[in-house]
Design a protein around this ligand. Sequence first.
Ligand code: PMV
Length: 313
Amino acid sequence: KNVAKGTAHGKIILIGEHAVVYNMPAIALPFTTATITVEVSPYQGKSYLESACYCGSLDQAPGDLAGLQACLTAVCADLDQSSDHLYIKVDSMIPAERGMGSSAAVATALVKALFHYFQVDLSSEALSAYVEIAEKITHGKPSGLDATVVNSIAPVYFKRNQLPKAIPLNVDGYLIAADTGIKGHTKEAVGDVAKLVETAKVQTMDIVHHLGQLTHQAKKAIMTNNLPGLGEILNQSHQLLKDLTVSNPKLDQLVQAAQDAGACGAKLTGGGRGGCMIALAQSNQDASNIAQKLEKAGAIETWIHPLGEANHD
Ligand code: PMV
């Protein structure tokens, strides 16, 4: 047997995080600028994992890789293959714990690589089911959004308990993503919003509904190539997320830096209290300028991602 490869990409929540927990819609984008590749090849002895966070025997891997191990065990059991004698190499450009879907992406790439390795066809339903096994262990109660988007080429319009819908991305422009260097604290932020809903129900649900309306407007802006409109919607959404207490000083500082550098709009993305922020720019040159300013303002990494047609080659 030779080397078999599987790939996946990251995801970025464009708008609707947190409100989605209260049944409002959200839009997530496939972040094809940050990819992950898993290679599976033969190995003598217990399966070995080579990755940036751990190199060693898979059965002695740290707890945060338990989801991946479970996924491997399930695939091998279903295919009647041993889960030993595999060399698994993970090469990731997606930072972990930044709300970019790295855990769903690595599981997706692993499942694809294993099916190639064992030369069995993989249906998208089976792929989702295996990734869900990993995500349940890694995240507890995954919404399934990450698993869908890391393997999709179209933006996904998503509502709780409904099948995600692919929407066309007709907007021309560039998305800049920047990493605060701080781990995202999604669980804590979601818990704090739940407390706000208890203690200040009317005001909090007003914000949640407003965020839902903004997601509707964002969908229209995306489908009518209205980048400035979309930018304004992102700015408003950052303010509302701040009102929900899910931002933090570093995110606010980067959002401000992007706006000062001429971004069409900027906001935090994902669970908040850390993780990443995003900004929009009309041209590649504007995007580079904004990315530079974000790095000056303390971002540890930035990405420039073409939207619309530029992203469909
Ligand atoms: O931080 P991420 O990318 O896992 O996104 C969290 C999104 C929330 O809406 C805050 C929570 C959720 O479960 O939908």
